[in-house]
Write a protein that binds this ligand. Structure first.
Ligand code: HEC
Length: 145
């Protein structure tokens, strides 16, 4: 009975969902528009990099796949927003957990580069999965709107 009451009170005080994102389980991360714009630009570069990496792997251009991964996604790609004003630095608005996923993605990008250089497609794909896994993990855990 007490549980039911708690549930009823919860329903009474919860705002009605206005669109689907309100009802999904992702955590809302609030960022100023400037930080979001920076993040979107970076994300589009990640997506393009991933596309180019898969293309290079398909053509067995392992050195090229490795170079793109390191430069665009790997540890070398960290700190892109370092000189931006604070309101345009997405990292300032991330929780530790979200930040950890981002760092993990950069590390996985560098690890992929190392593995790709050995010229083994299967091992390279396994290593690339750690990169795409980070994309998925962050997108499925967090939202900005
Ligand atoms: C640490 C979290 C995080 C990681 C890791 C991450 N993303 Fe994102 N991504 C976001 C957030 C947050 C947005 C929404 C940004 C906004 O519009 O406010 C986003 C948006 C995007 C978008 C949409 C951009 C647009 O124009 O609206 C693409 C494409 C994307 N991410 C690709 C990727 C790819 C590919 C990877 C992996 C290589 C990746 N992301 C890794 C958090 C992340």
């Amino acid at each position: 009975m007490k549980k039911l009451l708690v549930l009823l009170v919860w329903f009474a005080v919860s705002p009605a969902p206005t669109f689907a994102a309100d009802a999904d389980g992702r955590q809302l991360v609030e960022m100023p528009p400037e930080a979001r714009a920076e993040m979107r630009a970076e994300m589009l570069d990640f997506q393009m990099a991933l596309h180019s990496i898969v293309t290079a792997l398909g053509e067995k251009k392992f050195a090229e796949a490795a170079a793109i991964a390191e430069k665009m996604i790997g540890v070398s790609a960290m700190g892109r927003h370092r000189n931006a004003p604070p309101n345009a630095r997405p990292g300032m608005f991330m929780s530790n957990d979200m930040h950890a996923i981002a760092r993990g993605m950069h590390v996985a990008g560098s690890e992929f580069a190392k593995v790709a250089k050995t010229g083994n497609t299967t091992k390279a794909l396994v290593a690339l999965q750690a990169v795409t896994g980070a994309c998925v993990a962050c997108h499925r855990s967090y939202r900005t709107q």
